[in-house]
Every structure is written in structure tokens, then in C-alpha cells.
Write a protein that binds this ligand. Structure first.
Ligand code: RAM
Length: 531
């Protein structure tokens, strides 16, 4: 499923006041300097076979045509690279011509970009060809990269000299302030590690906005923001950044008031011409959750009407038969899956969002709206049960298809009895056939649905096995897509453009702290200031 929307003559509506407020909330960026912790050479340019190099030797290694040197910075970084060059041999009589390839993972490092033929631009692949006219010199690359590994390939020098990489460093950038993170200690080493990597993932996506991924798309997406805000609430607690992002979504919208799926912030703030039915509804959810944390009256006053507009638009997409129209279902994301029938999911997200919309209405003392929402909630829940519940299957069936995603969203929407919800999640757990869940975004909601029906052990087991399988596969930040049975899978037609530090995969820290930590263990919870 290629997610490309092009609307000719698209002119988003801009609200200068909201955008000014968003601008005032732009965070300061924090920096550190990081140097490589190891190095190696790939035996062939695109092979994964490698020979290690002792770090101290790197400043003495002279590189001739065709040779490569890979630097390992030891952890996933987001920032700007500086390289210092010198040479051996005669005075350089020709520019040094280099290829620099930045990679988040080892797999990415040894992939050949020429093999990529997917539908996303190959310009996301982080590689550059650079001419260095004068050696010795210091080269500061202007572009920000997301990487752990850097491969430097000597495309050419000249027979008279060889190039030496004397020094390399990365000036990292983030708006996440680690000093704000409450200490977290858990007896289970796997959960502890998952928690750490979740926060690292979030931190590296926290820039002037909550980005979806610092490698790609490097921008604010609504579905991602909602999940980032949850993890932020148990860690960096940068509520101003959440507020800024909500104001950005509110400040630039579709001409008819709908919240866009994502926002460009540079050179000026502009809503993308992509609308996702479920993402627009997540604006309502994220606003209510932000207010739960902050009780920010200003944000409630400024964004309430916009939130209600999203719900009202969504409800208008329900026909007289009580079903969502085809366009709304086509506009629904849920997960990267072409096979998934999204009818039940889309309806589920709408009913789920109504719950949050009602809380907003109550906050605002808007009782007539609250009553109307309650009434809509009742109508839609009944309609969803009629449309999707199957007594025979004891689960939800969406256009003849039984998927985990349909069970999850119907359960999260609270459309059925606790017994039915339990049966639905048991069914979800037993499913082996397509459509599989493909992203941590979907897996997050799966774990939340297990928790909602009281399957806490199963929720923990799933969280551990899914996210730890990424760790086992070499993750030091969590990935955008991951199906352990199909590690190569990419929704874009090539894993080289996959993002391996992706916002929507950062929620285990939130789920662990909020729902999985054994409450009875006093020693653990008492030294936790967040409790
Ligand atoms: C991807 C983005 C983002 C997601 C959308 C639907 O391209 O990386 O994370 O929200 O798709």
C-alpha cells in the first residue's frame, strides 16, 4: 500500500495565533560530542563479512582507491559529522573522492543502494559522494544524520598519496533532557533493557518536534505523536513539546478543518495533503491525554473546537446503514498491511476517540456536546456489534476476515461485553495466518487490548517477546517495522529506507511503568519518583 496523496492546489488553512504559540514553545536543542568506539573493514564493498580494526590504528590507516573503513559509534546517534583528514605519500595532486554511507544497523551498512527500487524516494538513503580538494582538512557535513555506523569508501585518491581519517566525531542533537527522567529499576533484565531502548528511541526522535524517525520522514505524524506523548509522560516530561505539536496540528489543517496526517515545519509550517481518518481522531485522544497530565486551560480553550471538528467529521462518514463509507475506510492507516480489512478497525478507532472526546466535553463543561457524544457512542457501539461480532466465531469478523487488528480495535472501543472481549483477544492470540501485524504501532495497541481484557501475563509475554526479538536482531533503538518471521520486510519495497529508530515503537517504557510493573513489589515502586 503506497501512502501517497497529492491534492492539486492544496492550500491548508493557517491559524497564525496557534502557530505563533507553537513557535514560542520551540525547545532548545541539547548537544554532546560522540566519537567512534570501534572500526572494521568490509571484505567486499557490499558484503557483511568484515575484519575488525583496533581503534588506535585508525588514525594511522592510509586508504587507497577502493578501500573502505567502517566506524562504529557504539550507539544510535542523531547529529552532525566532522571528519579530519591527513595523508601519507607525496603532496596530494588530486582531490580525494569519497563515499560516505551512514547506517542505523549493520544490515543497512552492507546494502547496495542501487538495488533499491521501492516507492519511497531513494533520497532518504543516507549516503553522500564528497570531493575533498585540500588535505589536510576538517570537513563538517551540513546534513543531520541518524546512524550508528559510518562507512567511508575511497572512490579515488591518486597514485601519489593515500588518505588518512585522523579523527571523526558526531555532534549529537536532541531536545530530550535525560536529567528529567526518573530512575527506573526493574528486576527483569529483559524488561529493563527494553525500557532503556524505548527511551533512547524516543530521545532520538525528540527534536524541535516529535519526529517519526530521525532518518525518515523526520517530521511530525499524528499517530506517532500520540504514542510519543505517552512515553514522554513517564520519562522526559517535556509537555511543552507535546503542546507545541498539538498547536502545529491545530494551526495548519485541511481547508475544511480536518487535522492532517502530518505536518512540515520548515521552511514554514504547512500541513501535508495527506489525510488519515484514524490519525485525525488521534488528535482528540492526544489532546485529552495532554490535558490529563497538565490541566492546561489555555490548550483546552484553543484546541477544543478543533478536536470536536475531527469527531464530527468522522461521524458524518457513517451512512444511514450505520457503516463507515468506503472512503473513510480507505483513508484509515492502522498498520502497514495490504491484506488487512480495515472496516472494523476504522469503526473501532472512531468509537475509541469518542470516549476521549466526551472527557474533553466534560472538561469544557459542554454538556450538550457531551450528551450528543454519549448518544453517538451508544449508536455506534450497537452498530459495530451488529456489523462485526460473530457468535459462531466468537470474535469480530470484518468483511469476512478475522484479524488481530479488528479484535484489538473493537476491544479498545469497548463495544462488547467483557466475556466477548476476552474471547476476541483469545482469538487474536491464536491467529497464525495473514494478515500479520507488521509494525510496533499495531503491536502497541495489541498489548493495550490484552491489558484491557485483563490478560496481563499475555500482554507482558507479548511485549517481551516482540520488542526483545528486535534487540536480539541487533537493535539499539526500536524499529519502524518488524515482523520476526519476515525480518527483511519493508512497506516501502526495500528495507534500506526503513527507519530503525522510530517514534511509534517507543511505548514499551510507558506500558511497563504504567501497567506491567508488579505493584506489590514495594521496594521497586517506592524508590520510583514517578509513582
Ligand atoms: C510512515 C511514517 C510514520 C507513519 C506513517 C503512517 O511513513 O514514518 O511513522 O505515521 O507512515
Amino acid at each position: 500500500m503506497a501512502l501517497i496523496s497529492i491534492i492539486e492546489d492544496f492550500h491548508p488553512m493557517g491559524d497564525v495565533r496557534l502557530l505563533d504559540r507553537a513557535a514560542q514553545l520551540t525547545p532548545a536543542l541539547l548537544h554532546t560530542i560522540r566519537e567512534p568506539v570501534g572500526g572494521f573493514q568490509l571484505k567486499e564493498r557490499y558484503s557483511s563479512e568484515r575484519s575488525e580494526i583496533v581503534l588506535d590504528e585508525i588514525p594511522h590507516l592510509s586508504m587507497g582507491k577502493g578501500e573502505n573503513l567502517c566506524l562504529d559509534f557504539g550507539e544510535h546517534l542523531v547529529g552532525y559529522l566532522t571528519l579530519e583528514f591527513s595523508y601519507s605519500g607525496s603532496h596530494p595532486d588530486a582531490p580525494a573522492y569519497l563515499k560516505l554511507k551512514f547506517a542505523e544497523t549493520l544490515e543497512e551498512l552492507s546494502e547496495n543502494a542501487q538495488d533499491y527500487a521501492g516507492w519511497l524516494s531513494c533520497s532518504w538513503i543516507q549516503e553522500e559522494y564528497v570531493h575533498v580538494d585540500l588535505v589536510p582538512t576538517r570537513l563538517v557535513l551540513p546534513r543531520r544524520y541518524a546512524f550508528r555506523y559510518l562507512k567511508i569508501t575511497m572512490m579515488d585518491t591518486s597514485p601519489k598519496y593515500k588518505l588518512i581519517i585522523k579523527h571523526a566525531e558526531c555532534r549529537t542533537e536532541t531536545s530530550a533532557d535525560w536529567r528529567k527522567v526518573p530512575p527506573f529499576r526493574c528486576e527483569d533484565p529483559v524488561l529493563q533493557r527494553i525500557h532503556e531502548v524505548s527511551l533512547k528511541t524516543l530521545a532520538n526522535c525528540m527534536q524541535e518536534e516529535f519526529e517519526d524517525g530521525p532518518k525518515r520522514d523526520r517530521r511530525l505524524w499524528m499517530g506517532d505523536l500520540r504514542l510519543q506523548a505517552l512515553t514522554n509522560s513517564v520519562s522526559f516530561r517535556n509537555y511543552d513539546l507535546v503542546k507545541r505539536c498539538l498547536y502545529l496540528f491545530g494551526g495548519s489543517r485541511f481547508p475544511d478543518g480536518r487535522v492532517s496526517a502530518n505536518i512540515f515545519t520548515k521552511p514554514t509550517v504547512e500541513a501535508d495533503d495527506t489525510f488519515l481518518f484514524d490519525y485525525a481522531l488521534m488528535f482528540v485522544v492526544a489532546l485529552e491525554e495532554y490535558l490529563q497530565e497538565t490541566r492546561d486551560e489555555e490548550a483546552l480553550d484553543d484546541l477544543y473546537d478543533i478536536a470536536m471538528q475531527q469527531v464530527e467529521y468522522a461521524i458524518r462518514q457513517i451512512g444511514e446503514d450505520g457503516k463507515l463509507n468506503e472512503q473513510a475506510v480507505r483513508d484509515t492507516f492502522i498498520d502497514w498491511s495490504d491484506e488487512l480489512d480495515k472496516n472494523a478497525c476504522a469503526m473501532g478507532v472512531l468509537i475509541y476517540a469518542l470516549r476521549y472526546a466526551r472527557r474533553l466535553a466534560r472538561r469544557k463543561n459542554d454538556w450538550s456536546q457531551s450528551n450528543w457524544l454519549l448518544q453517538q457512542n451508544g449508536l455506534l457501539r450497537r452498530s459495530a456489534l451488529e456489523q462485526f461480532w460473530s457468535d459462531r466465531e466468537q470474535c469480530f469478523v470484518s468483511s469476512g476476515q478475522i484479524s488481530a487488528a479488528s479484535q484489538v480495535w473493537m476491544v479498545l472501543a469497548d463495544v462488547c461485553t467483557p466475556e466477548q472481549a476476552l474471547a476476541a483477544m483469545r482469538k487474536a492470540r491464536s491467529l497464525r495466518s495473514e494478515p500479520h501485524m507488521t509494525t510496533p504501532y499495531m503491536h502497541h495497541y495489541y498489548v493495550m487490548a490484552l491489558l484491557r481484557v485483563g490478560m496481563k501475563e499475555e500482554a507482558e509475554e507479548h511485549l517481551k517477546s516482540y520488542w526483545a526479538s528486535m534487540l536480539d536482531a541487533g537493535a539499539d533503538t526500536f524499529w519502524e517495522c518488524w515482523d520476526p518471521e519476515h525480518p527483511e520486510a519493508s512497506p516501502y519495497g526495500g528495507s534500506i529506507v526503513n527507519s530503525c529508530c522510530h517514534a511509534w515503537s517507543c511505548t514499551p517504557a510507558y506500558m511497563i511503568e504504567k501497567f506491567l510493573l508488579p505493584a506489590e513489589d514495594e521496594s521497586l515502586s517506592s524508590d520510583h519518583p514517578a509513582k
